[in-house]
Ligand binder design. Structure first.
Ligand code: ADP
Ligand code: MG
Length: 220
């Protein structure tokens, strides 16, 4: 039986072999960081997370692993469309997340795509509907929601708001609200930020009924 108090390696957690291999072989990670080990069990169980942990604490993997595990358990395939959406404030962050996903998700069969502008809308529009995991910036995603015919997020299972505090600081509140309104109500939400602010909590309150609060700042 799994006992979180005794789990201190990734292989102690109930993860699929594909994900374990991705963590170990490709990232060489054996031991989860604090935010990873605190969040993994609730997020694997499908709970919503409001997580605050400072930059460099390993938040990326804390949401990539639950995405992979959830879609795997649902036997998600190319015909199921967009199952996971990660929103992050900048293109650079989106690239970084994509790279982590490529490594850790190497042994899974999901398609993943960056939707961040800087290339033709048409190119993105061609693949966006056949992509299982989308990593995007808010403005660009909203653009596709408004303008790409047939773009559907009706099957979305899991939403990640990465650097939620920074997205709000950068003025994405309105875009985020519009996006959130277009997403199915029944889904898991993982919200991560580097700081704990009231506005982030308010954003979460809009869309999360029940959440687990994980904060580095309470430990300090
Ligand atoms: P954050 O999003 O919280 O700022 P990142 O997810 O970008 O943090 O991770 C910060 C750094 O820590 C990255 O270089 C990443 O490769 C590394 N890292 C993440 N998880 C682990 C781990 N379990 N063990 C060792 N290093 C890790
Ligand atoms: Mg990060």
């Amino acid at each position: 039986k799994f006992d979180p108090r005794e789990a201190n390696k990734f292989r102690d957690f109930p993860l699929t072999e594909k994900t374990q291999k991705g963590c170990l072989e490709l990232c060489k990670y054996k031991v989860p960081t604090v935010i990873q080990s605190k969040s993994l069990i609730p997020s694997l169980k499908g709970e919503d997370i409001l997580g605050a942990a400072k930059t460099g604490s390993g938040k990326t993997l804390a949401f990539i692993i639950p995405i992979l595990e959830k879609l795997f358990k649902l036997k998600w395939s190319s015909i199921d469309g967009v199952g996971a959406l990660v929103l992050t404030p900048t293109r650079e962050l989106a690239y970084q997340i994509f790279e982590v996903l490529r490594k850790v998700g190497k042994y899974h069969d999901f398609s993943a795509g960056l939707v961040i502008g800087g290339k033709e809308m048409n190119k993105e529009s061609e693949f966006i509907n056949n992509t299982n995991i989308i990593i995007s910036t808010p403005g660009r995603l909203l653009h596709h929601m408004d303008q790409t015919p047939g773009f559907s997020v009706d099957n979305l299972q899991i939403l990640v708001l990465d650097e939620a505090d920074r997205m709000l600081d950068m003025g994405f509140q309105q875009d985020l609200n519009c996006i959130l309104q277009n997403l199915p109500a029944h889904k898991q939400t993982l919200l991560y930020s580097a700081t704990q602010t009231r506005s982030v909590k308010d954003l979460a309150r809009l869309n999360m009924t029940n959440w687990v609060l994980l904060s580095d700042f309470e430990l300090a």
